[in-house]
Design a protein around this ligand. Structure first.
Ligand SMILES: Cc1cc2nc3c(=O)[nH]c(=O)nc-3n(C[C@H](O)[C@H](O)[C@H](O)COP(=O)(O)OP(=O)(O)OC[C@H]3O[C@@H](n4cnc5c(N)ncnc54)[C@H](O)[C@@H]3O)c2cc1C
Length: 449
């Protein structure tokens, strides 16, 4: 007789959300977990990522933090500094080293490839997880739990219909699972322009060596953010202080009006330099070190809020259902929390109801997952957008008030206009334990449906 852990789980996408979901389902004892990824490998862009305490809590629960590549190579962030882009004057500085005492986990910055690699290595140790690279989801043709049918096109161009009991759409902002789910439910929703774009740059120690001040940034454990009207530059060391990660935010002028499918473009170095021409000489120095022809610009897009993330045996996680601007450094963290939450919810359903849990119960359990995640993720997405608006203010009364608030944060007191550094926001974001929440609230929410 089939047992609950014989349920077949298909995961579309092996980004941060999909990798976490497959690992979390495996840890819950599921025996048939298939991950379909359109890329031929993990293929993470060369860029850094901030790894917040709530993200590390999930990795730790999944047994892949202590001694992991990302822990070994990452930077344990000790402080964050906000500076005026034009003058380089310090506007505020806050201690980040105390976060570990407060929330049980530190704040890190690392290479995306290290974070993804850590999750992937852990998943590879699970005999019940199978990765299918070069396999692209084209359509979901049945959403019924126990009979989710979906069409996968393999790299040789052949399409075949597959099926699973549960399908997790972890396929990012361009999600095909989301499109098919909305179509099935007769709902509308669309990808939205944010009007913002980003350059992502990695400078090596060798490149920074001739510049003592830049080198001191690489050797520090600080995250620095220089702000100006409609723009900012955020930097931190990664890769065991061998690489300085630079990420910018500026008005999207290159993508506006381009085809929907264009997400990254080879940028012009001259245009990048022009965009930050009124920033201080240190920033211009840093940007000038990017080799010609290696400037890459990213389009930052979001999506209209979704009323439904689940239908039948299908659930969306991560950027597929709540893409966000990066100003709170929580996009990957939310995807990772979603992946762990959905596995915990389904696992708990079978733990409590046993193998006899019917398919209707699976549909209900996925709705519990949505209920558990929707308010938190909506708040974080809105707060990231708010932070962007405040950080990018131009001259005027609002900016004067913002700068007064920055000045008032000395000693870690008072609201911080950069919401990423605000003590109350940190409490809400970093203090959250998504697994504990499932265990505390699952029964009440499940029986209320
Ligand atoms: C400039 C910038 C800076 C950021 N900084 C941070 C930060 O500091 N901290 C943080 O937590 N977050 C940050 N983020 C956000 C974070 O990168 C994303 O939110 C996160 O990577 C989303 O993960 P995901 O797994 O949901 O989606 P993705 O990472 O997009 O993964 C989706 C996967 O699905 C695959 N896929 C897509 N379609 C199909 C298909 N049809 N069939 C099969 N496979 C498919 C893709 O190839 C991909 O591998 C930042 C984002 C940007 C743009």
């Amino acid at each position: 007789m089939a047992t609950s852990t014989d349920r077949r789980v298909a995961i579309i996408g092996s980004g941060m959300g999909g990798l976490t979901a497959c690992l979390a389902f495996a840890k819950k004892g599921f025996r048939h977990i298939d991950v379909y990824e359109s890329a031929l490998g993990l293929g993470f862009v060369g860029a850094g990522i901030q790894i917040a305490p709530n993200l590390i809590r999930v990795l730790d629960r999944l047994g892949c933090w202590d001694g992991s590549t990302v822990e070994k190579e990452g930077t344990r962030v000790s402080e964050a500094i906000v500076l005026d882009g034009a003058t380089n004057a310090e506007m505020m500085r806050t201690d980040m080293s105390g976060l570990c005492d407060k929330y049980g986990y530190p704040h890190y910055a690392g290479h995306r490839a290290s974070l993804a690699g850590t999750l992937y290595e852990a998943a590879l140790k699970e005999p019940n997880v199978r990765f299918h690279f070069g396999e692209t989801l084209q359509d979901v043709t049945s959403f019924a739990p126990g009979r989710v049918n979906f069409v996968i096109k393999s790299r040789d161009g052949e399409s075949r219909t597959m099926n699973a009991d549960i399908l997790i759409g972890a396929d990012g902002i361009k999600s095909v699972v989301r499109t098919t789910l909305l179509r099935e439910l007769g709902l509308h929703g669309q990808v939205k322009e944010t009007g913002q774009a980003a350059y992502r740059i990695l400078l090596t120690r060798r490149e920074l060596e001739p510049y003592p001040e830049l080198l001191s940034f690489l050797d520090s454990n600080a995250v620095r953010r220089w702000i100006g009207e409609k723009r900012h530059v955020i930097c931190y060391p990664i890769d065991d202080h061998r690489i300085y990660n630079i990420s910018t935010c500026q008005p999207d002028v290159n993508f506006a009006g381009t085809a929907n499918t264009t997400w990254t473009t080879k940028g012009s170095k001259k245009q990048m330099m022009d965009t930050f021409s009124d920033f201080n000489p240190l920033i211009k120095q840093m940007l000038s070190l990017v080799p010609d022809g290696e400037v890459v610009e990213w389009r930052m897009r979001s999506h209209t809020p979704l009323d439904e993330w689940t239908h039948g045996g299908v659930a969306l996680i991560g950027d597929a259902c709540h893409p966000t601007l990066p100003h709170l450094s929580q996009g990957a963290a939310m995807s990772i929390e979603d992946g762990a939450t959905v596995a915990e919810v389904v696992g708990l359903l079978f733990d409590t109801e046993g193998a006899g849990a019917g398919w209707e119960a699976v549909t209900k359990a996925l709705k519990v997952y949505h209920l558990l995640r929707k308010d938190r993720t909506a708040t974080i997405v809105e707060m990231a957008a708010f932070s962007g608006r405040v950080l990018h203010l131009g001259e005027g009364a609002a900016k004067v008030e913002r700068d007064r608030q920055f000045a008032n944060t000395k000693g870690g007191k008072g609201a911080n206009p950069d919401k990423w550094l605000d003590p109350e926001v940190q409490q809400m974001v970093y203090g959250h334990d998504c697994i504990k929440e499932v265990r505390e609230r699952f029964e009440e929410l499940f029986s209320s449906m």
